[in-house]
Design a protein around this ligand. Structure first.
Ligand code: SF4
Ligand code: SF4
Length: 169
């Protein structure tokens, strides 16, 4: 598609800030009268009421577990390698049968940019970003989620983008 350039002309006369202010006030007043008696469309009683978030919302991580409570992570090292924010810490271990598992697995949710790449690369679908955003904390250290905390998250995992269903329907 050819790009077109549209030249905008600046107004030649001086603009009146008083008129612009009055126009803005008129718009505000129109909205005030329009919403009178029906504040429910504008006001949400958070946290009792919450807005629906997309199933593709990428928020607080979830570590999936096996039925016996073990983390699904096999400590392959892919997610800390691919993470652009360098916020995943993994110390891998190996049991007597040669099965790998994470001795330490931490995600710094404060540094994370919620790109979802850790979820995309995980070969065993262990780590997921989640449909959750209420993760405010009082201290910087509290944003570092260890393995137990990641496994205890109960919110739904995020659905990955599906090229065959780009609109998510
Ligand atoms: S969502 Fe992105 S930035 Fe956050 S931990 Fe995963 S790979 Fe790193
Ligand atoms: S990519 Fe998956 S299996 Fe590999 S270290 Fe990360 S969470 Fe564990």
């Amino acid at each position: 598609m050819a790009a077109t350039v549209r030249v905008m002309k600046r107004p030649v006369r001086k603009s009146s800030y008083i008129r612009a202010t009055l126009q803005g006030m008129a718009l505000t007043f129109r909205h005030m009268t329009k919403s009178a008696g029906d504040t429910s469309t504008l006001t949400l009683q958070y946290p009792e009421e919450k807005k629906h978030i997309s199933p593709r919302w990428r928020g607080t991580h979830v570590m999936e577990t096996h039925e016996d409570g073990r983390p699904k992570c096999v400590a392959c090292g892919l997610c800390p390698t691919v993470c652009p924010a360098n916020c995943i810490k993994l110390v891998p271990g190996e049991d007597d049968q040669g099965n790998r598992y994470p001795i330490v697995y931490e995600i710094d949710e404060f540094r994370c940019i919620f790109c979802g790449m850790c979820q995309e690369v995980c070969p065993v679908e262990a780590i997921h970003v989640g449909q959750h955003y209420e993760n405010a904390e009082y201290t910087r250290a509290s944003f570092v989620y260890d393995l137990d905390r990641l496994m205890s998250q109960t919110h739904p995992s995020t659905l990955l983008w599906d090229p065959s269903d780009p609109a998510g329907e």
